[in-house]
Design a protein around this ligand. Sequence first.
Ligand code: ASN
Ligand code: ZN
Length: 322
Amino acid sequence: DDDHHAALCRSTLQIDDRVRQRRRLVDHGPAADADDARRTVYTAANTEDLPGTVARKEDDPPAGDAAVDEAWASSGQIWDLFADVCQRQSVDGRDTPIKITVHYGRDYDNAFWDGQQLVFGDGDGVIFTRFTKPMDVMAHEFTHGVTQYTAALTYQGQSGALNESISDAFAAICKQWVNGQTAEQADWLIGEGLFMPGVQAKALRSMKDPGTAYDDPRLGKDPQVGSMADYDNTTDDNGGVHINSGIPNRAFYLTATALGGHSWDQAGPVWYRALTGSEVGADTDFAGFANATVEAARQLYPDHADVADKVRQAWATVGVLD
Ligand code: ASN
Ligand code: ZN
């Protein structure tokens, strides 16, 4: 793999250190005033200083800067999705305004939640364009914030892959919600539109067919797996958190399509109930989360046992449950 792939991996490792440091320092703090603004977009102006300077706040007109205005629009949609579907206001459920920094670094090929705020690079303009462009990338990072305040899944091994997968599941739900698509109609791609023309990539990940999102000489082939038989025991990437997340990702896709209709009607609430319930915590593994979703389905739909059966079948198909 070439420099681009190496740069992405390197920056991910640096992020992980920063996230680990900051996550220990998180203070849940007092609830914000419900009238407060929902978000502020900052610019790092191609530095790595966070949060940077204010680029757009509530009641401001569009900034005329694509990254700023994309971040503004997408964060509003994501906030609304969690409020409407999960009755959750902000990442902490307490209305705390979201901070979003764009133009982070120079040619920076990533986006992340640092434990306190969202951060987006501009991309290198060769492989990646702006990380603000696909709204599902922002939804993925926002959901890392939600997970931090709920199950707090440790970012290593199976719990780390679940943490990643929860972010992809809600990213897909947000994208489908914005597009008005049923589970059947959706493409189940994460990060579509992030790649520059000429890159052999549909997206960052495919929840429907993990491992098929890209295959380009500069990036290598999408390493995701979609079944326990192919579980990758690598020590890279915190134990393959972005690789093995394909397994629970596909379980979510299979669940949502088996249930039919919109992913936010039943599959999303089942996953959210599992994420926020007492059975799931920092060290939960795939089987533990799978059982929690089956139980959540039973609790949410006590008169429709077929819902829990379809959830169980999805996890069986990917080899997590028998
Ligand atoms: N974009 C990556 C992710 O959200 C960055 C990171 O936090 N490792 O997983
Ligand atoms: Zn992630």
